[in-house]
Design a protein around this ligand. Structure first.
Ligand SMILES: Cc1cc2nc3c(=O)[nH]c(=O)nc-3n(C[C@H](O)[C@H](O)[C@H](O)COP(=O)(O)OP(=O)(O)OC[C@H]3O[C@@H](n4cnc5c(N)ncnc54)[C@H](O)[C@@H]3O)c2cc1C
Length: 399
């Protein structure tokens, strides 16, 4: 049996592709796909080997997520959320965590979460709120000390996998702090169970098979649920190490763009049209659309892989972080533009309900709006290009 994560991911993607239309139609959670991920050991991809995982890095994640997304963008997004939690926990070096004030108890709690992932536990992320979007500084969910631990209260509007997860990374602000523009925002790892209510709100245009439902929390958690063991780390980490909040989505949407181009090529190659002896592929402007799509997909993939290489080599460097934002911007835009152009090239056959391209067209639309949106990424990059600090040099605060 192969244990190469990329080869395993390709095998999973073939099975996901066969199920994708049904899960999309019903907006049902792809439990069978997640069972495949679990059986293949991919839920432990980013978990260090001594805790039972594969010990993979960011570039490995990118390859695996792109491959999974070629089978199902929705399942790849579920995997992305899990990878964001496990990758971020595994990726912060112990000495950095200690220098930020992490107590020794944090390391044991972190290792338990990572070992559980290698054993098949599935995690997700609950940041977004109706009024705040995913802007951490604007969140209204709160936490406060209660007994030996904390009470977390709030209403999250979107959480991929809600109701199907073993644990949730929840962002909340200190209740004691004033609701000003600079709150203390912390992450908590909240186990599934009492105190969490799933609000069945998910019936969107695309990425339907992600069960990205709402979540209401009024839950007591132990002290070691506070990620890092220190309050107020959320905004700091988002700016310092943005790969798991920014570039990880890019891998999903480059994979969706690749799947879209492949589906368009299949459609064009097999479509015969009366009066056009060579079929659709003999029409020059149809070929040109495929050519532009090919160049856009490869450009996005190349930038993503360069960002990933830099994340592994020099995480947190300002130049690395610019590549991270470039990758997110280009992936979201490439997915949406390639899907729009390819479906136009393929005609109504691509847009009939249930056709692979029709689903991909809808899935691709979500890339640019996932945080930070393409506009926010572009603003970050433009600010940096002007020689200003991309975090403080503009009125737009990505996090
Ligand atoms: C398929 C899918 C899965 C998702 N899964 C999750 C998940 O698992 N967990 C989670 O927490 N969230 C999740 N989200 C939610 C996602 O994070 C939000 O869609 C995103 O944060 C934007 O929020 P919004 O859509 O409410 O847009 P709005 O907040 O209404 O904003 C609209 C647009 O304006 C921009 N904008 C608005 N105000 C500002 C401002 N002050 N500064 C800069 N830009 C601004 C936004 O970036 C956005 O592009 C998911 C979304 C999708 C589509």
């Amino acid at each position: 049996m192969t244990t190469d994560p990329l080869a395993v991911a390709h095998g999973c993607a073939e099975r996901f592709a066969a199920r994708a239309a049904a899960h999309d139609r019903d907006a049902s959670f792809p439990s069978d796909d997640v069972a495949d991920l679990r059986a293949a050991g991919l839920l432990g991809l980013l978990v260090p080997a001594h805790l039972g995982g594969s010990g993979a890095g960011f570039a490995d994640y990118v390859g695996v997520a792109m491959a999974l997304a070629r089978g199902s963008g929705a399942t790849a997004l579920v995997f992305n959320m899990h990878a964001s939690v496990t990758g971020a926990l595994a990726g912060v070096p112990d000495d950095l965590a200690r220098s930020l004030g992490a107590p020794e108890s944090f390391f044991a709690a972190r290792d338990a979460v990572l070992a559980a992932a290698a054993d098949g536990a599935l995690y997700g992320v609950a940041i977004t709120e109706r009024e705040a979007g995913s802007r951490l500084w604007a969140l209204r969910s709160t936490y406060a000390r209660e007994g030996d631990g904390y009470r977390v209260r709030g209403v999250k509007s979107v959480c991929t996998g809600a109701g199907h997860l073993d644990g949730y990374l929840v962002a909340a602000r200190a209740a004691a702090a004033a609701a000003d523009a600079d709150p203390r925002v912390s992450y908590f790892l909240v186990p599934a169970g009492d105190g969490l209510t799933v609000d069945a709100t998910w019936d969107p245009l695309g990425m339907r098979a992600t069960a990205s439902n709402g979540l209401t929390l009024d839950v007591a958690v132990p002290a070691d649920a506070l990620v890092g063991g220190v309050e107020g780390l959320a905004v700091l980490l988002a700016y310092a190490l943005p790969q798991w909040l920014v570039a990880s989505y890019a891998a999903v949407y480059v994979g969706v763009a690749q799947a879209t181009l492949a589906a368009a090529l299949d459609h064009v190659a097999s479509r015969s049209v009366a009066g056009t002896p060579g079929g659709l592929g003999s029409v020059g402007f149809v070929r040109a659309r495929l050519g532009r799509a090919d160049a856009q997909v490869e450009a996005a993939r190349t930038v993503l892989e360069e960002a990933a290489r830099r994340v592994d080599a020099a995480p947190g460097e300002p130049e690395t972080n610019r590549w991270v934002y470039r990758a997110k911007l280009l992936a979201g835009d490439a997915a949406a533009e390639v899907a729009a152009s390819c479906t136009e090239a393929c005609g109504l056959g691509a847009l009939r309900r249930g056709a692979p391209l029709e689903r991909l067209f809808r899935d691709a639309r979500s890339g640019a709006v996932m945080p930070p949106s393409s506009d926010v990424c572009a603003d970050f990059l433009g600010t940096a290009a002007l020689g200003l600090d991309p975090i403080t040099g503009t009125e737009v605060r990505p996090w």
